[in-house]
Design a protein around this ligand. Structure first.
Ligand code: C5P
Length: 417
């Protein structure tokens, strides 16, 4: 993915054992299209060498305020002027204290104070150091000054203790940096998403489910979070990791999904139903494991058949759309034939603001997809792309329509699709 194409980042390393993870981060940032200029404090060089970081980034590393390699001898100005952001990974207790007080006693601190670009810092320290009132005060102060503080996480620490202060993993920092650069089209909005398949039990060890991987729904949840929304994801069984910053509620059956969604729906501004919900559940599900019948007396090895009876599941999307004050509702139509006709019919039948159509055979399990958006004004095609890229385009389309809707008088907005 080229999420960071065209972005130039200054990656600042300060003194802490987590500095070894910055080597991996430098690599991943470049995989996503960024160019990376490393600047290290003297402390950082005790944990990882400038040679390592130079080899990984293909650029000379700057460590010294008095480094004469910049023609004008002003590395502290020049390096940040080219940058789209400075990212400090790891940020030590001492470095955060200096930032909070505007100190400039080495190249990296001076660069931060002289910067004209955003600053993101990932604290990494022992739990007592993080919990210390001075550190908490300093972290709050830099956040109040507009610095983006990433983490820290809780867990095992290099010192052998367990607690808060551990640096986020490189892949988490990468996701946060990518999210930082996404336009905040849904700032202040709350978005509820369903994703994945549902699983309808036949007995305690068997179930009826479908081929949905959950990838599209998880991508929508991630994209909505990147766009600044508070996101709740109600997920059927998938093997996927929860997108960063998203609250996930796990369910199994369609009826559990219905109950979870109905609890959350009225506190959200937008509902995106991506889940492939089972239309029926088994009425005569057994509470004990069903046994194969032994070969009959004739010795021909026949196995007795099994009869299942089904009852319809609630239509979650239609139920949310029928609430007295429904959120902006978006449904998905995964069809194997007649996509346009089926999607248009679904838009009207479920009384939702948008239906997102895709071909079921194309969509399931793959990392890419192609979508057509249907709303009261017609069709929009989103060309085949990675599901996250598509999810960001979909979120932009939803945000635009929500904004247009909120400009309408309330009575007119209720009638809009
Ligand atoms: O009616 P159909 O299953 O074709 O509609 C698909 C859309 O409706 C999807 O957005 C899906 O998440 C949603 N749906 C639902 N509850 C159901 C069935 C479908 O929310 N029981």
């Amino acid at each position: 993915m080229n999420d960071l194409a065209g972005k130039h980042l200054v990656l600042g390393l300060t003194g802490g054992i987590a500095a070894y993870k910055s080597a991996e981060l430098a690599r991943r940032l470049q995989d996503h299209g960024a160019t990376v200029q490393v600047v290290m404090t003297e402390g950082a060089t005790h944990f990882i060498t400038a040679v390592t970081m130079q080899a990984l980034t293909g650029r000379p590393v700057f460590c010294d305020q008095w480094d004469g390699r910049q023609p004008n001898n002003m590395a502290h100005i020049d390096l940040s002027r080219e940058a789209d952001a400075i990212v400090i990974v790891p940020a030590s207790t001492d470095f955060i204290a200096k930032l909070a007080n505007g100190l400039c006693d080495d190249l990296l601190t001076t660069l931060c104070v002289a910067r004209a670009c955003p600053l993101l810092v990932a604290p990494a320290m022992n739990l007592q150091m993080w919990a210390h009132p001075a550190t908490q005060r300093n972290a709050k102060r830099i956040a109040d000054d507009g610095v983006v503080v990433l983490g820290p996480a809780s867990g095992d620490q290099a010192c052998g203790e367990i607690g808060s202060g551990r640096m986020l993993e490189p892949h988490e920092i990468l996701d946060d940096v990518v999210a930082f650069f996404q336009p905040k089209l849904l700032a202040g909005r709350r978005v509820l998403v369903t994703a994945g398949p549902t699983r309808e039990p036949i007995d305690p060890v068997r179930a009826i489910t479908n081929h949905s991987s959950g990838k599209m729904g998880y991508a929508v949840a991630r994209a909505a979070h990147e766009a600044g929304a508070v996101v709740t994801l109600v997920s059927g069984p998938t093997g996927l990791a929860t997108p960063r910053g998203v609250v996930r509620i796990d369910v199994d059956t369609a009826r559990e999904m219905h109950a979870a969604v109905m609890r959350e729906a009225s506190s959200n501004d937008c509902f995106v139903a991506v889940a492939a919900v089972a239309d029926w559940h088994v009425l005569n599900a057994s509470d004990h494991k069903l046994k194969k019948v032994a070969p009959d007396d004739s010795g021909e090895g026949e196995v007795r058949g099994l009869e299942l009876r089904f009852a319809e599941n609630p239509d979650i999307l239609a139920a949310v759309a029928a609430l007295p004050k429904p959120p902006f509702c978006v449904g998905f139509a995964a069809e194997t034939e007649d996509l346009h006709a089926n999607a248009e019919a679904k838009l009207a039948r479920k009384r939702v603001q948008m239906i997102v159509g895709n071909h079921a055979t194309d969509a399931f399990g793959r990392d890419d997809n192609a979508l057509t958006l249907y709303d009261g004004h017609g069709r929009t095609t989103l060309e085949r792309a990675d599901k996250l890229v598509l999810a960001r385009r979909l979120v932009a389309a939803i945000a635009e329509r929500m904004a247009a809707r909120s400009r309408l008088p309330a009575t007119a907005a209720e009638g809009t699709r």
